[in-house]
Design a binder for this molecule. Sequence first.
Ligand SMILES: [Zn+2]
Length: 213
Amino acid sequence: MPCTLRVRWTLIANRFPRPWRACPRCGTQRAFECSDKVRLNANGRRLDAWLVYKCVSCDDTWNHTLFERRNARDLDPDMLSGLEANDPVLVSRFAFDVAALRRVAHRVEEFAGSVARKEVLGDRPDRPKRLEIFLSLPSPVSIRLDRLLSMELGLSRARIATIVRHDHPKTNIKLNRLAIDGSRIGIDLSQECSETILLNAIRDRAGLRGERL
Ligand SMILES: [Zn+2]
């Protein structure tokens, strides 16, 4: 009988990151919210594209450059039609590009996400002694690993640290880091009254929705 319960948690971000910039109209640093709209400008064969942001305070717009003076022939036709149609998948890809936003913003405010789905992988053992959680993050979500595990499993961060460390005695797993796509976290349940943990590992909890870091 297998004695490890394997689950996959898929995390989704609740909202796009917000760049903070000096707003000319407000005269101070403000958060800018993605408007979900792309602006395209054609100059002969050359194309410019921006993702439009709005100041949360005064609605002044700021155009975040996606590319400039790109030859239309070099651009993938699907990409071009997606930009013209404000395709949500494409918008989301650019809006979650925190590295690109950091280059042009004073700072970038990121938001926590929530676990959208919990699935059991493979066989489900009767009395598991170990829990293995695989994290899937299709888009970047900013949440610390210990906070995520604590919220979702219903245990204190100190308790999480103990049972995770027990399972990874030789590796110094960093629970104070952000959760990343493809992570695998083993949890030792041999010393633990584990019924609730196991239940929480596979059932949805609404604890994280909409929260900031
Ligand atoms: Zn403003």
